[in-house]
Design a protein around this ligand. Sequence first.
Ligand code: AMP
Length: 416
Amino acid sequence: MFIKVPKGTQDVLPENISKWYYIEGIIKEILNKYGYKEIRTPYFEYTDLFVRGIGESTDIVTKEMFTFPDRKGRSLTLRPEGTAPVVRAYLENRMDRISKVVKLFYLGPMFRCEKPQAGRFRQFNQFGIEIIGTKSSAADVEVILTVLEIYKKLGLKNIETAINSVGCKKCRTKYIQKLKKYLESKKDFLCSECKLRYVKNPLRVLDCKIESCKGIIEDAPIITENLCQECELHFTEVKSYLNGQKIIFHEDPRLVRGLDYYTKTAFEIISGGLGSQNAIGGGGRYDDLVEELGGKSTPAVGFAAGLERMIIAIDQQKVEWPTEKGLDVFVAQVNENNKNTVFRLLQEIRNNGLSADMDYSGGSLKSQMRMANKIGAKYTIIVGEEELSKNMLILRNMQTKEQKEVKIDNLINELS
Ligand code: AMP
């Protein structure tokens, strides 16, 4: 029996890799335009980073992390998200010394041991952006604008932006007390998960998708009606910048997101046609995280988006993928008598900046032509004894099917 790919993971096969290159290319192009610099952090970190960063009682930390000891018994975790590692790297590398405001982006695999379903994987890819060092509400809006521009450039339609403010330590603590008081009399009717959340992380009850909880949540006190003056002003500014940019958004007072580090602005981007896993990205402000991880108090805001869901959305919305560039030249040989010449030619074509390949299995000319067709070669060169004796080759245009004899010395000119 073959060993299969682990549950919740998938291979990206060669026929699909161009989709990834395309999306990654657009992400990098736009992030470059907005002044973000790429950072690559390890795929695993000390577990403590995520426990302290994401929050002890979050779903990610309590049940979704892939955690294992190293050989000396230190607890390591495959990164479930990118913000805590980026902040760790920011602090460790004293990036605040480079500039007051640092703009970073990352792109790569994340790991969460969730129940796999359409659009939900155990290994998935995210790109994320972080602006560290400013409390300006303009930065929150820049983050939203940046990601919306990426989705637009990819041709995605039916994109909705939901925003909320989850307040700061001060006003949120007061709000949570109010929420707990409200939930107190109703806690027996909450789902089993929310009964636990009610004790450990009552804000997360607001996010519950179970019908019985939804009814209770509907009448719960609303966080945006309980913000302190500073948070309220910040939220008003965010909305005003968004309106100024003619960005269509809606306010969702139940939007709290699954990571504890958010303060003030929280937002989510939703794409039509994705079913229940319709969030293609989300983010917000996290003004306490740098301090939480040992740095001095430093405001920051960021966003993360899942690439698999972007690909699914593009496919479902039937947006055209760019056509793949095929091979420039396939080199076919009539027989193996001249294999040295064929090999030399193949390499010479590549040395001139064109892509070229041949069939090493030494099949018949017919099967070599089939292979050239299959890999979408633009030209095939046929190396035959008779032509070689005249220092010539046959050049076949695979699209027009026209064939002509060309001089070996003139081959590169003919191809370019
Ligand atoms: P989060 O880091 O939870 O804020 O998620 C940000 C984005 O990452 C989501 O909106 C999804 O697009 C994507 N994402 C999160 N978890 C998964 C998963 N298990 N599988 C695929 N994509 C995911």
